[in-house]
Design a protein. Structure first.
Length: 197
């Protein structure tokens, strides 16, 4: 399967533009990560199929991040060999994606969240179309967003809200009825920044 043009553009950018970790603190320079914090390792799959990126809408009954847009992924389990194994396992559990239909393209820079996770994004090409099977305990919906949209830095904006008594700024990249924001938008924005001239 020939990689689509937008994915080729992204892969070329990954080869030539230095990688840097990102953080929820990037837009909040007056806020500092707590001293002595212990970050919980996690991984997500940035799965590209036919010039689209696969995303999920989290179930509304979840305790953490209900209804938010996310990549398939989650906490690293003791049995996971590495972040790639975590991302593939979580994608199978959350959306029914067969790991055998996935080609890993790159391990991307980590992203630290304000909620204490160190997320390792794994970029992959999904080789075959598939019918998602959302895990009802975690996922309300699976959808695809055009890769061209998320690689366009002009589609992003900064918004803010009060969180734990202080104003926090964060990236947003709207897509139809889906409000993509926070860590998911920040990791996508990191890709867009690397592709931009």
């Amino acid at each position: 399967m020939t990689p689509p043009a937008d994915l080729n553009r992204l892969l070329a950018a990954l080869d030539r533009v230095p990688q840097r970790p990102s953080s929820d603190y990037d837009l909040n320079l007056d806020a500092f990560p707590p001293e002595g914090r212990v970050l919980r390792p996690a991984a997500v799959l940035i799965g590209v199929f036919d010039n689209t990126v696969v995303l999920t809408k989290r179930a509304s009954h979840l305790k953490h991040h209900p209804g938010q847009i996310a990549f398939p992924g989650g906490k690293v389990d003791a049995g996971d060999a590495d972040p790639t194994a975590t991302a593939l396992r979580e994608a199978r559990e959350e959306i029914g994606l067969d790991p055998d239909s996935v080609t890993i393209l790159a391990a991307l820079p980590s992203h630290e969240t304000v909620t204490g996770y160190l997320i390792n994004p794994v970029l992959a090409r999904i080789e075959r179309d598939f019918t998602p099977t959302p895990e009802p305990g975690e996922v309300a919906e699976v959808f695809r967003v055009p890769l061209s949209l998320v690689l366009d830095p002009t589609r992003y904006r900064i918004e803010r809200r009060r969180w734990r008594g202080v104003w926090r700024r964060y990236w947003v990249v709207p897509f139809g009825p889906f409000y993509i924001w926070g860590a998911t938008a920040r990791m996508l924005k990191a890709l867009a920044d690397r592709v931009a001239p």
